[in-house]
Design a protein around this ligand. Structure first.
Ligand SMILES: Nc1ncnc2c1ncn2[C@@H]1O[C@H](COP(=O)(O)OP(=O)(O)OP(=O)(O)O)[C@@H](O)[C@H]1O
Ligand SMILES: [Mg+2]
Length: 254
């Protein structure tokens, strides 16, 4: 078996004494696949996401992206790999600097990568086109877009460095239901076209079911069930998974 793209083991996160919110979490993500992480509010999903994104050092445990320790000593290797590990957040407004033009926001992961201006502009045009935004979007500010369009800007920024893996924490939860389906389908289409892998985090099992090849269920900071999406959803073994399934409307949501 080839090395996974992302490998995490023994992850612990504590917000002060006795406030442990992740307990020895481990997972792997292979190239081109979507790992769905599902769990109720407060189960530790965003805490885990920030660690997997390289934004928050865990209190214990390790995360390796393409074999590089995200919190290790080899800063040069990590900097070189960084454009290939990208993030999309829940709130597309909060995660985009309102004072910058979209062209600059989208180009951000390319900084320090040794590309000249023309090459950067070309990559930004490509990324905006990939998410079906018009080329003149680059000259506008985030407030000139709808919520769904802003999330497309955030996805364009994630794509611009030709990532192998995008970690998305509740990427559609702030959007209207009709726009949610568009953004989810865009992500699926980009995955098919570009061979991207996703970690797709959501409290909404209907959304995760639409996206994930494999599912991990997080409850109170522990992965209590994990496996192929069809197996986990078809014959859930853990009460937490059954609870999430029972909370779903009976009609398919996407
Ligand atoms: N910066 C912080 N300081 C202290 N406690 C925190 C902090 N961030 C999160 N927590 C606590 O850690 C636990 C897990 O929070 P986290 O945001 O990871 O959950 P979540 O699964 O993403 O929830 P939601 O579905 O509501 O987004 C919660 O009890 C939360 O109150
Ligand atoms: Mg969260």
């Amino acid at each position: 078996m080839s090395t996974p793209l992302l490998e995490a083991d023994g992850l612990v996160r504590e917000y002060g004494p006795g406030r442990r919110v992740l307990h020895s979490v481990g997972l792997t993500v292979a190239a081109g696949e979507t790992l769905g992480i599902i769990g109720g509010s407060g189960s530790g999903k965003s805490s885990l996401a920030r660690i997997l994104m390289g934004l928050q050092r865990p209190d214990a445990g390790r995360v390796r992206f393409r074999g590089i320790d995200l919190y290790g000593a080899d800063r040069a290797a990590l900097r070189a790999a960084r454009p290939q590990l990208q993030a999309v957040f829940q709130d597309p407004y909060g995660s985009l600097d309102p004072r910058q033009r979209v062209g600059r926001i989208v180009a951000e992961p390319l900084r320090g990568q040794g590309l000249d201006r023309a090459a950067r502009d070309e990559r930004v045009r490509w990324a905006l086109e990939a998410v079906s935004l018009p080329p003149d979007a680059a000259t506008r500010h985030p407030h000139a877009f709808s919520g769904g369009q802003r999330q497309r800007v955030a996805i364009a920024r994630a794509l611009v460095g030709r990532p192998a893996l995008v970690i998305a924490d509740e990427p559609v939860s702030a959007l209207d239901v009709s726009v949610q389906a568009q953004v989810l389908n865009l992500m699926l289409e980009l995955q098919a076209r570009l061979g991207l892998a996703f970690v797709f985090i959501s409290h909404d099992l209907g959304v995760v079911r639409h996206m994930a090849h494999r599912i991990a269920v997080l409850e109170a900071g522990r992965i209590v069930e994990a496996g192929d999406a069809a197996a986990v959803l078809g014959s859930p073994r853990h009460p937490a998974t059954r609870g999430l399934l029972e909370a779903l409307p009976t009609a398919p949501s996407c």
